[in-house]
Design a protein around this ligand. Structure first.
Ligand SMILES: *Cc1c(COP(=O)(O)O)cnc(C)c1O
Length: 393
């Protein structure tokens, strides 16, 4: 736990949550220990029904992590060598990693400076550049001018809990016959401007139950969501080594991608309090914004959206000073993400250069995430805000 003893402000506070859950959690876990079906036990099916119901889609398929959720979604969509998949460089590495892992080509698209999510106008440009093999239209990966790489799809990320602009992104996707996979690892519980929940706005979505995400388990976990029965069926097969009628009938190449029954039990217990936790996150965010909006750029939530507040992230050219002041008071803070993906060594093979995605590059130098969880008291938020404001007097 990232807890500081002196002031007791955690970046993410799982201990307060555990105390609140109390018996509910231990009963759920105890039930699994007693029935002993640790793999694909009854809690897994119960959770999938509950998740599908919460989100408002027909199929929820739980799995081993958010990364595997993304990976299996791409596998189900038959993404592979020769396919270009567009995504942003201002995200966690997993988003682009799964594209490359399947032999497809990640093509980066810069983000909107206000929302930090994929800029639909730039997506349009990037698709046009790829189709015409003209990197003067938009920065492209090295060598695609000479290679047979066709645009296949988009992984849009709901960064820090805010869903991307799926109305605008879907228009570009439709015109170019691209799928959209929603990376909702940070946005589970968010509401889009269409009124739909995150994971229900595109044909397929992936989320994560990593402990620090808005809805987390006590280990690794994730889920894929879709209305498409055929895709859901393929993912159910992929997560058990490409099973056919059973594990020993193998009809495709898959992975070991199941969610543990114990982790399903943990998520089930947490779902009981999840709606109230989302309300608390919203309250904390509003209080931060009220206190800080005159000195730093506070998060922008466009009309009609509701963020899941995975992170509360400010933008300031004085980040280093702010961090230092917070640190001196024992207040944790985080930088997500300090280096955009196109400048990471792992993606050097794409041949992108500094300057290709100026918005992401600038954000990586100016963003700062403050403690965010449902158990921050008003007094704690004020203490954090006062400390931050002290930099500007
Ligand atoms: C956390 C995260 C993932 C990966 O989820 P894991 O469960 O850690 O594998 C993918 N994309 C984004 C945007 C994330 O924040």
């Amino acid at each position: 736990m990232e807890t500081d003893e002196k002031v007791g402000i955690a970046f993410v506070d799982l201990q307060s949550q555990r105390r609140l859950l109390g018996d509910r959690l231990t009963r759920r876990m105890q039930a699994v220990l007693e029935h002993g079906v640790f793999i694909m036990g009854p809690e897994v099916a119960e959770l999938e029904e509950r998740l599908a119901d919460f989100v408002g889609v027909r199929h929820a398929v739980t799995c081993s992590s958010g990364t595997d959720a993304l990976l299996m979604a791409l596998m189900a969509l038959r993404v592979g060598v020769g396919d270009a998949v567009f995504t942003t460089p201002f995200t966690f590495v997993a988003t682009a990693e799964v594209i490359a892992l399947l032999g497809a080509t990640p093509v980066f698209v810069d983000v909107d400076p206000q929302t930090f999510n994929m800029d639909p106008d730039q997506l349009e440009k990037a698709v046009r550049a790829l189709k015409t093999k003209d990197p003067t239209v938009y920065p492209l990966p090295m060598g695609v001018e000479h290679a047979d790489v066709r645009p296949r799809g988009v992984i849009a990320v709901d960064l820090f809990g805010l869903t991307a602009d799926y109305v605008a992104l879907s228009r570009v996707a439709r015109e170019n016959d691209l799928f959209i996979l929603e990376d909702a690892a940070q946005s589970f519980g968010a509401v889009d401007k269409s009124g739909k929940k995150a994971c229900a706005v595109t044909e397929i979505a992936a989320t994560s139950f990593f402990p620090a995400k808005p809805l987390g388990c006590y280990g690794d976990g994730g889920a894929v969501f879709t209305e498409d029965a055929h895709l859901a069926e393929i993912i159910r097969s992929l997560r058990v080594h490409g099973k056919g009628t059973d594990k020993y009938d193998n009809v495709r190449i898959g992975i070991n991608g199941r969610l543990d029954t114990l982790q399903a039990a943990v998520v089930l217990a947490k779902m009981d309090i999840f709606p109230q936790e989302l309300d608390r996150r919203q309250h904390v965010a509003e209080r931060y914004t009220e206190r800080l909006k005159d000195v730093v750029r506070t998060p922008y939530v466009p009309q009609g959206y509701r963020s899941a507040w995975a992170q509360y992230t400010i933008v300031s050219p004085r980040r280093a000073e702010i961090r230092k002041a917070l640190q001196q008071k024992g207040i944790p803070s985080g930088v997500y993400y300090p280096k955009p993906l196109h400048l990471q060594e792992a993606f050097a093979f794409l041949g992108y250069k500094k300057g290709n995605f100026p918005v992401s590059e600038n954000l990586s130098e100016t963003v700062l995430s403050l403690p965010m969880h449902p158990y921050l008291s008003d007094e704690q938020v004020d203490r954090i805000a006062d400390t931050l404001l002290s930099v500007f007097v």
